[in-house]
Design a protein around this ligand. Structure first.
Ligand code: ADP
Length: 306
């Protein structure tokens, strides 16, 4: 059977992570740290999650003509992901996140989006054929809003299901409407998007998300799983019982897995269940991409044999 096809439009970052005994104050230097580089960016994390879930993934992203860009491109290729455009951006560095983590797990993060800010509508039009035979197109909010709007239009023109993960929640929200088949948010993002308080019930939140004019909505609830509404069909999936060690990237794994399963032709409720299982597994190991599970592990958890 041919692999389900997923197009991901989004960001790639190199995360430079320094673990320090405590976070420095402004002007202060704290020694005794240890350092790792980790491939990240919500777009790349979700592309990897979709690929490990069994999809053939095309990833539209901008990388700089620097060592980080090359490392990210090589890592994505190793996952079997086709990365477009193939030419690196000669003018801007690859997106970078500087992350300090202290002994208690508290962090301070500075992000320089770099080349991610230069992924344009034109880039997407030049690779429009990537959308032609895709089952699902997946977007997040770490590239320019007008690029996302152009990608949604390209997908919709071709009858491709569009999934928008409105993360991070930003001011620009003009693209949220009928062009989005499915909106995916966590509770914080849902609150920011709808203006509703933290204590608002999930049913009311779902109604408010549908009120934005999208075709359907999924609200992820961390360890409690997820609730969803596709047209008139509503449902919930309880969280899978796991022993979480690091919840970083659970939402990204959820989105990539959801799209792979939708592209495979699964019913929406089954795709949410699959995504919940993958998201739960992503919390059982450190990191984002490093913790995203293969399809076989997700199916074992679904079958209750993990
Ligand atoms: P984000 O990472 O965007 O904040 P969530 O925390 O809602 O998103 O997690 C996304 C999905 O990952 C959840 O819907 C759930 O299926 C799964 N998940 C997250 N945390 C846990 C957990 N502690 N136990 C089981 N599943 C989890």
């Amino acid at each position: 059977m041919p692999k389900p096809r997923v197009v991901v439009v989004g960001s790639s970052n190199m995360d430079l992570v320094c673990q320090v005994p405590r976070l420095p104050r402004p002007g202060e230097t704290v020694g005794g740290g240890s350092f790792v580089t980790v491939c990240g960016g919500k777009g790349a994390n979700q592309a990897v999650a979709a690929a490990r879930a069994g999809a053939a993934v095309r990833f539209l992203t901008r990388l700089g003509a620097d060592a980080h860009g090359q490392t990210l491109r090589d890592a994505l290729r190793q996952e079997g992901i086709a990365v477009h455009p193939e030419q690196p951006d000669p003018e801007t560095p690859t997106g970078t996140a500087l992350i300090l983590v202290d002994a208690q797990g508290e962090n301070a993060i500075a992000v320089a989006p770099g080349a991610n800010d230069r992924l344009t509508a034109d880039d997407l039009h030049q690779h429009a054929c990537d959308f032609d035979d895709a089952g699902v197109a997946l977007f997040q909010m770490e590239v320019p809003a007008e690029t996302i709007a152009a990608g949604l239009a390209l997908a919709r023109d071709r009858g491709v299901t569009t999934v928008l993960n409105f993360a991070p929640a930003v001011q620009a929200r003009g693209m949220i409407g009928p062009g989005v088949s499915l909106l995916v948010v966590n509770e914080t993002e849902a609150g920011q998007l709808t203006g509703l308080d933290r204590g608002t019930g999930v049913g009311v939140l779902l109604d408010a998300l549908l009120g934005l004019g999208v075709g359907g909505a999924v609200l992820t609830l961390g360890g409690r799983g997820a609730v969803f509404a596709f047209g008139r069909q509503r449902g919930e999936v309880a969280g899978f019982a796991v022993d979480p060690v690091d919840t970083t990237g659970a939402g990204d794994t959820f989105c990539g897995a959801l799209c792979a399963e939708l592209a495979r032709g699964a019913a929406p409720a089954d795709a949410v269940r699959y995504a919940c299982a993958a998201g739960a597994l992503a919390t059982t190991a450190l990191g984002a991409q490093s913790a995203t599970p293969p399809d076989s592990a997700t199916r074992r958890l679904l079958d209750g044999s993990a």
